[in-house]
Design a protein around this ligand. Sequence first.
Ligand code: FAD
Length: 408
Amino acid sequence: MDYRDNPEEAAFRQDVRAFIRTQLPDELKPGYVPPAGSRQDSGEIFNRGAGWRVWTKRMAEKGWIAPAWPKEYGGAGMTVMQQFIFNEEMSEARAPRAGGIATGFAGPTIMAMGTDEQKQKYLPEILSGEVTWCQGYSEPGAGSDLASLQCRAVRDGDDYVVNGQKIWTSGGHTAKWMILLARTDPDAPKHRGISYFIADMKAPGISVRPLVNMADSHEFNEVFFDNVRIPRANMLGEENRGWYAAQTTLSFERSNIGSAVGTRQTIEDLIAYAKEHKGTKSTLGHNDAVRKELAERYIEAQVALMLSYKIISLQAKEGVAPGHEASIAKLYGTELNQRVYRTAMKMLGLYGQLDRRMGRDDAVASYLPLRGRIQYSYLRSTANTIEGGTSEIQRNIIATRGLGLPRS
Ligand SMILES: Cc1cc2nc3c(=O)[nH]c(=O)nc-3n(C[C@H](O)[C@H](O)[C@H](O)COP(=O)(O)OP(=O)(O)OC[C@H]3O[C@@H](n4cnc5c(N)ncnc54)[C@H](O)[C@@H]3O)c2cc1C
């Protein structure tokens, strides 16, 4: 494996770096402390401020809201290696990404299954970066076993009438549209009775209730459907074929490089902090065990980076679509992230428990290690091994599809 960029890749990397250096607004740069009382300050991570809007607009002008989308649909048409470089540089700069569910799930499904009207209506809006989408898949009784979902959609003239509940809907409180999976044939085998809809989050009968996570951040929600009318024109693909529509993906790079870079940066931050505060504000200076743990985490972060390089090498150079390899990177990266923050909390002791929002108080700020980022990230990292498929599900994929072991 050759880790070096070829001349085109090196030039592209420079282009991405220059763009971030000159265009990323100050308030999105690492270390920015939001004003007291602002929405960001209250932990509302989906309610982004003016800087975010400026950044999204600049990304849209550059055509970088949807790096993986084909150019014919207004995307950047990047190769998987360009996406990798783009994602790596954005992570190195700790620059936030635009797109999310809209570019990752909704857009590709509309491109593959949508009518011309649907493409014209939704794709330009996504590419402008001005609206967000949410994903209404999970339900209280359907997560890992998603195909057992029970939210019902019943045909009534030109509409479907939807009743049921979704849960863990990230960004549901700010999204304009939802990609919704609902059961249209309760008598069919479970994968074959599901349809795929686009729901207007302002439609009468939809109510969104916040779920505040233990890091005190309002990120996801419960969404209830009470006789919500969704026009037939908002169905994507054929009735009862929604499960298969939901599998649509583009040629995304799946190396997990963003997470691997983020983990390495956190460890570097911790090492720098430990050197700067020998024996004070951290237990590291007089704790041999923590020092050894940090060394261990540093090695593991290198392993996570190597896993990402291996995947992008498979994907870009050999044209292999990663399957269980992506599960290995997801599983290893998310469990490592949790280990890193546990080590960090040990190292920082009681100072590690100070909340990031205390940073705006000058009297407290000087006691706040790494601007309080560790406390938040320690709590938030718990969700990493659940979202996007739990660790147990990843292990099942690795065992069956990767190692060829029989299903139980
Ligand atoms: C931060 C966050 C954001 C999310 N955002 C969204 C969103 O925007 N939209 C959305 O639709 N969903 C979202 N989810 C939901 C997420 O997809 C589910 O939480 C996830 O798929 C697990 O489903 P579940 O919570 O129902 O747990 P369950 O599937 O009930 O699992 C419970 C436990 O049983 C284990 N388990 C389940 N099946 C097996 C098996 N076959 N073998 C071994 N162990 C098993 C699991 O690993 C887990 O430990 C989000 C979740 C989180 C944490």
